[in-house]
Design a protein around this ligand. Structure first.
Ligand code: PCA
Length: 188
């Protein structure tokens, strides 16, 4: 049995739901707070456990495709406050940490597997500088040197969220995540 940690996020920015948290919960994973002060506390003990891979998910309201993120940066710069009302502008995620980490997920394999199912998918350079990037950076920082593949994938909005980007229905999002978990399980 493979042990793949899947995380998503709680709703934020006034949105009614966050499909990524719902998907994570459905798959036995964990819902992270959209809170700069608490996200590290939630991730820390989790990442001390033994995992075959770590797949972090977040909602990107402006992205029409499942976005396989390449780089986590040691930088926070919010345009909107977190759910605790904080705006930690232009600060490091981990003071004194490396500038960036690459995803260690098999991004080409994930891309090809989703594309083969007709799911909209693309590579993306950066997860931004909000909570998703912070979680991605914290997880990679914690797992550096431990040989546990870890990365971040942004999901499009669902149709009910009525965001600007072309939506992707919840069932398709869940299918995409299930497929990625399968791939990560066989890679391990
Ligand atoms: N998306 C936000 C934070 C939580 C989420 O699901 C982001 O892209 O940073």
């Amino acid at each position: 049995v493979s042990r793949i940690l899947v995380t998503g996020f709680e709703p934020f920015g006034g949105l009614a739901r966050n499909p990524t948290g719902e998907i994570a919960r459905t798959l036995g994973g964990v819902v992270l707070p959209v809170d700069y002060a608490r996200v590290g506390q939630a991730l820390g003990p989790l990442l001390e456990r033994d995992w075959d891979a770590v797949l972090l998910l977040g909602l990107a309201v402006g992205r029409p495709r499942v976005s396989l993120e390449r780089v986590a940066i040691n930088f926070r710069d919010s345009v909107r406050p977190d759910n605790a009302g904080r705006l930690p502008d232009r600060s490091e995620v981990v003071p004194g940490g490396p500038a960036a980490y690459f995803s260690t997920l098999p991004l080409e394999r994930l891309h090809d597997a989703l594309a083969a199912e007709g799911l909209p998918v693309e590579h993306s350079l950066s997860a931004g500088a909000y909570l998703c990037n912070a979680a991605f950076y914290l997880a990679r920082h914690a797992l550096e040197g431990r040989n546990v593949p870890c990365g971040f994938v942004h999901m499009p909005p669902t149709p009910d969220l009525a965001c600007a980007a072309e939506p992707l229905p919840y069932e398709k999002q869940r299918r995409a995540v299930e497929r990625m978990v399968e791939i990560l399980g066989t890679a391990a």
